[in-house]
Design a protein around this ligand. Structure first.
Ligand code: AMP
Length: 402
């Protein structure tokens, strides 16, 4: 999947949608709390596509997954609360049906008026969705004449509504959200303005190794934080006490550091740390510098000096990509490092892209979500894209375009 190829995928503007039933795969996989939508970023992100289709008189069938119901109907994962929320965000009529395939759903899709929206029940209530089952895909395809994928957050999954379904629609393309995600992320790998600084955090380096490898040829600096930094510091022979790290990745990380040196990429690791007795216990903390003894304490956040240095690096960049927290940000006392990265990225006036639920949550808490160039709705998908991997949802559409 070359990046040039991606421009061959049809966009909404290339599709004839007037009066036709358009099956739109969205990513409404949002967090719920007490039966209410706790964060509606992903729902809001689909509104431009829905409005575009409505303005052109399309009859809109909307499909999504939510959580992991494991192939059976489970009311805890119903899309009903999402539909209630969507109704508050749009003036278009929104109907909901408690299934996603079958004759009743087909009739409901046929009955849609131009500009009307029909939201289907959770696709993962059927095992065929995650199995990429062509029969399930064929059933979905009976619900529309045109297929639009606007679910960037699900594009890295070879699931029926993202992948197999494409073969059953005569006309297919991507929605406005997917188009923007692909454009922005392509710019990061294709023509990033230098200096390009990538900030990576989170628990596991193993998840992010392919991205780091692919970014090494493109970035001038890599800033590492979070538990993943302890695998690096361990590889350098430092004491990390009881900090979370991945023993089986120490060698891979040592190799990565050698590659970074060879390529002249500045790989920054924390120079100081906030330590706690346990990752969930803020009652006792202390700050140490890298190289000092951790004892039986564990690192839970980057220290203030690291935060300051990382902010300086970010301020000098003309391209920034950030994914992953700098510490156990869920505990407010351990969130300061991540918050300072959020502030530094938001203050940079150039091209700034943030991905991953944790990083976006902190940006939002700080009221800075609209201060970055692009907040990617797909954490996993954006990492796979930046790692140079083929996203099944895009590959299927590309096949169709050729
Ligand atoms: P990931 O899914 O790999 O991006 O990791 C996100 C998780 O990493 C968050 O839930 C953080 O609490 C956790 N995390 C970040 N830094 C640390 C740390 N120093 N120790 C333990 N967990 C951490």
């Amino acid at each position: 999947m070359s990046l040039q190829d991606l421009s061959r995928i049809r966009t909404l503007r290339d599709l004839d949608v007037a009066g036709r039933r358009v099956f739109v795969r969205v990513d409404f996989n949002v967090p719920l709390q007490d039966g209410q939508v706790a964060d509606d970023t992903r729902i809001r992100a689909t509104l431009p596509t829905l409005a575009y289709l409505a303005e052109r008189g399309a009859r809109i069938v909307v499909a999504s997954h939510l959580g992991r119901p494991k192939g059976k109907a489970d009311p805890r994962y119903s899309l009903a609360p999402v539909v209630d929320h969507l109704r508050r965000l749009t003036s278009q009529p929104v109907a909901f049906i408690g299934d996603c395939v079958g004759p009743a759903v087909e009739r409901a899709s046929q009955a849609l008026a131009p500009g009307g929206i029909l939201v289907l029940e959770n696709l993962r209530f059927y095992p065929g969705e995650e199995k990429d089952d062509p029969e399930f895909a064929a059933q979905l395809a009976r619900l529309g004449e045109v297929y639009v994928n606007d679910a960037f957050g699900a594009a890295h999954r070879a699931h029926a509504s993202v992948h197999a379904v494409v073969d059953f629609f005569p006309a297919c393309g991507i929605g406005l959200l997917m188009e923007r995600e692909v454009q922005v992320l392509s710019r990061l790998v294709q023509a990033p303005e230098s200096p390009f600084v990538a900030v990576l955090g989170g628990a596991k380096i193993s998840d992010k190794l392919p991205v780091v490898r692919n970014l090494l040829g493109r970035v001038q600096a890599l800033l590492i934080g979070g538990a993943m930094s302890y695998t690096f510091l361990k590889a350098q022979g430092h004491d990390i006490g009881a900090s979370l790290y991945e023993p089986d990745q120490v060698e891979a990380v040592a190799d990565l550091m050698a590659q970074a040196r060879q390529r002249g990429v500045a790989l920054h690791l924390p120079v100081d740390h906030v330590l706690a007795r346990r990752p969930d216990d803020p009652t006792e903390t202390r700050t140490v510098r890298t190289g000092e003894a951790f004892g039986d304490w564990c690192g839970v956040d980057i220290g203030p000096e690291t935060a300051r240095r990382y902010a300086v690096e970010i301020a000098t960049a003309r391209t920034v990509f950030w994914n992953g927290p700098m510490g156990v940000y869920e505990v407010p006392a351990f969130a300061e490092g991540t918050r300072s990265i959020a502030r530094a990225v938001a203050a940079n006036p150039h091209f700034t892209v943030v991905g991953g639920g944790d990083s976006l949550a902190v940006l939002q808490q700080e009221g800075l979500l609209d201060r970055v160039t692009h907040a990617s709705t797909g954490g996993g998908a954006s990492l796979e894209f930046l790692a140079g991997l083929e996203l099944p949802g895009l590959v299927a559409l590309l096949r169709k375009a050729s």
